[in-house]
Design a protein around this ligand. Sequence first.
Ligand code: NI
Length: 171
Amino acid sequence: MAIRAIRKFPDPVLRKKAAPVTVFDAELRKLVDDMVETMYAEPGVGLAAPQIGVSLQLFVIDITVGERPDALIVLANPTILSATGRLVEEEGCLSVPGIRAEIPRAETVEVHGWTLDQQEVTLKGRGLLARAFQHEIDHLNGMVIWDRMGKVQRELLKSEWKRSQRQTQKR
Ligand code: NI
């Protein structure tokens, strides 16, 4: 296992629609192991493959950040089957470091996808888990949290973010 570098916005890989996973082999398992280790190291509650530069429809989520081993979710080729309700809560992204924003999301979602054992699964999420599903699936469609913000919120936070990026580069 290895901790991989997180791609940061505006890296073009974050804007690409990811390709479906078709080969479920040892290499894919190794990629997932790296994604899980990288997610826990940051730490984050979710990580999509494009965030480490691999444009595949694959994400890992653990809203307990390693507290409960059975909470780890690994899903390939996920799609949202249904979404209900609406919650506006603060959200961040490892690829847009330092930015937290109030983002509206569905309160509950049902997600279909494939496990590493090529089993079809349908998972239900509510609250933070539902938010994580939607956030990671956005990454697989080339979307980042900027796209979920209103125009004013986006412009304000983007200038703040650009300033912080310049300061990071100077250091
Ligand atoms: Ni993200």
